[in-house]
Design a protein around this ligand. Structure first.
Ligand code: MLT
Length: 262
């Protein structure tokens, strides 16, 4: 693990390999360890960087709303801090995808390629916003274990969970390493986030959309709609995978990224 002091907190990150930078942005309520198999598997193809967003994993937490813009600004400060000024391939999973859209809107000159995985462009519906508020209440009253119990069964397919119970244990351990500040900050930040649908047609960099065929958190139709709206975007659908295709079908996922960046 490496660390860098940003203005408001110390950010932990992984940084392996050489060449053009590939920056992996995890989802909620996860951390850079979600990308362990990509940091290991893609380091011959790129310099693979995976930060822990503020309050997640080994990065310092701050109270308050973690807006997608704030998290995107943290990424920009991180890249500046580690001296990466050239445009990067930015890959965001789920909430990491929401951050990726915010980053692209704010710093398009810093992006060479986009990879959008298990994510959506649309903002929260009123129903999802209400669920976020309930989850915040639950996290405050019962702690993050209640959040983890609610999310775990939906992250990977039932088949993955039955065949690879060790993956479920790994995910639980990853999620337990999220601060309460980050759970609350993320939920509020996601609830308030802008709709990115109008950003799609303005994307001017090569874009790859990767999605698990059985994702129940973000249905495949969202990925198909993103591909249709982003000029020239490719879509790779990963079979036998839910919301975390990078973890459930590592080989297919890494191959899709490798083919794309090469
Ligand atoms: C994630 O995986 O980052 C979140 O589940 C996304 C969301 O809740 O919208």
């Amino acid at each position: 693990m490496k660390e860098i002091q940003l203005p408001e907190f110390k950010m932990a990150y992984s940084d392996q390999g050489e060449g053009r930078p590939l920056v992996l942005v995890h989802g909620y309520p996860l951390n850079r360890k979600l990308w362990r198999r990509q940091v290991d598997g893609l380091q011959d193809a790129a310099r693979v960087l995976a930060p822990d967003l503020r309050g997640h994993g080994d990065s310092g937490a701050t109270p308050g709303v973690y807006t997608m813009d704030l998290l995107a600004d943290d990424l920009k400060a991180f890249l500046d801090g580690v001296g990466i000024t050239q445009p990067v391939t930015l890959c965001g999973l789920s909430m990491g995808g929401y951050v990726t859209f915010a980053f692209y809107r704010r710093y398009p000159e810093r992006v060479e390629n986009l990879i959008l995985t298990a994510t959506r462009a649309a903002a929260d519906t009123p129903e999802v916003k209400a669920n976020r508020s309930q989850a915040m209440q639950r996290a405050r009253l019962e702690g993050i274990e209640a959040i983890i119990d609610g999310m775990l069964p939906r992250l990977v397919t039932a088949q993955t969970a039955a065949r690879h119970p060790e993956l479920v244990d790994e995910l639980r351990a990853i999620m337990r390493h999220t601060s309460l500040e980050a759970v609350l900050g993320d939920l509020e930040g996601m609830r308030e986030r802008a709709d990115s649908t109008s950003t799609l047609e303005q994307i001017r960099v090569p874009t790859l959309v990767i999605h698990g065929a059985q994702d129940v958190i973000v249905p495949l139709a969202e990925a198909q709609a993103m591909q249709a709206a982003i000029p020239g975007a490719q879509l790779v659908v990963i079979e036998n995978a839910g919301h975390l295709p990078n973890l459930e079908q590592t080989e297919a996922f890494n191959r899709a990224i490798q083919d794309f960046i090469e």
